[in-house]
Ligand binder design. Structure first.
Ligand code: CO
Length: 164
């Protein structure tokens, strides 16, 4: 087991699209385990592979007090009903934003043993699933806020991005 280094915004890797995992090798299983350890050490409730520098479709989601490793996760259904909730992100330390998300989602994925799983979630785990699967396509929670909200946090973001 190893603790992985978190990539912080504006690291360009956070904007890249991740590739599907074709085979669940020992390397992938180790990555999943290391991501769980890294998420827990950093007191996170979700983590995606690009945040630890791996462009692979794998996420960790804390659900029912247990970290779940989801490989090639795909949200197949979203409720029409939405909910606004506060979110943080390990790649944006200290930044918390109110984000509108679907209240419930249904996700298909593989677990670390390569078994197909269907995962229904509501509330917080549904929010984490949406946040983490977005990461796999280079979408960040700052993309989900209004222009005015963005102006408000610009200073905070600039502190992290000398080029911004
Ligand atoms: Co995040």
């Amino acid at each position: 087991m190893a603790l992985l280094k978190i990539k912080f915004y504006p690291d360009p890797i956070l904007r890249k699209k991740c590739e599907a995992i074709k085979e669940i090798t020992e390397e992938i299983k180790n990555l999943g385990r290391d991501m769980v350890e890294t998420m827990e050490k950093n007191k996170g409730i979700g983590l995606s592979a690009p945040q630890v520098g791996e462009l692979k479709r794998i996420i960790i989601v804390q659900a029912e007090n247990q970290p779940r490793v989801l490989i090639n996760p795909k949200i197949i259904k979203k409720t029409k009903e939405t909910e606004i909730g506060e979110e943080g992100c390990l790649s944006f330390p200290g930044l918390f934003l109110k984000i509108k998300r679907a209240k419930g989602v249904e996700t298909e994925a593989l677990n670390e043993n390569g078994e197909k799983i269907n995962f229904k979630a509501e509330g917080l785990p549904a929010r984490i699933l949406q946040h983490e699967t977005d990461h796999l396509d280079g979408i960040l929670f700052i993309d989900k806020i209004s222009f005015w909200q963005k102006l408000k946090i610009r200073k905070k973001l600039q502190l992290r991005d000398p080029a911004a």
